[in-house]
Design a protein around this ligand. Sequence first.
Ligand code: 5GP
Ligand code: MG
Length: 180
Amino acid sequence: MKQDIARVLIDEKVIEKRLDVMAAQIEREFPEGTLLAIILLKGALVFAADLLRRVERPLEIECLNVSSYHGGTESSGKVDFLDRSFPEVKGRHVLLLDDILDTGRTLHAVAERLREEGAEAVHTCVLLSKDRPRVEEVEADYTGFQIGDEFVVGYGLDYMGRYRNLPHVAVLTPEAIARG
Ligand code: 5GP
Ligand code: MG
């Protein structure tokens, strides 16, 4: 796995420090009551697990399976909801967690659906935000790091299903991308 990495973009220690700050901000700013965290699988799994353990507030967790990339390095343009059921969100303040904000289609579509299902408010939180024009006008309420417009893996993010378990955020070598 190591030889597939061209460059470490965000080191493990740097991520940990940033999560402390984000968690404190969420604790401070989130409205009273039990918080409902909704994790977008699978990309936000690692990020959410580390972040939510730092949030000292009464909290429930739900997960949603959505897909927009279909395994490649380019967004497909369509957001599919893959679950048979949808969490009960009526009247709730939702903290929606995703790994990365790219075109904005995923966060936009899911936030829209949550509002349709009756969520009181949707607060969005991403580990990474790509510096690129959005297709949908959406920015996250909580952002870990701004990054350039390049394909990254690690800390939950995959390429063809792999590299999610890297402890850092990294860029793959052209050879690893080509091999798939
Ligand atoms: P958007 O819908 O904003 O275009 O993209 C969001 C989704 O695309 C993320 O949840 C993530 O799954 C995927 N994505 C976008 N950029 C990257 C990237 O650089 N690396 C990986 N592994 N996934 C990405
Ligand atoms: Mg993904």
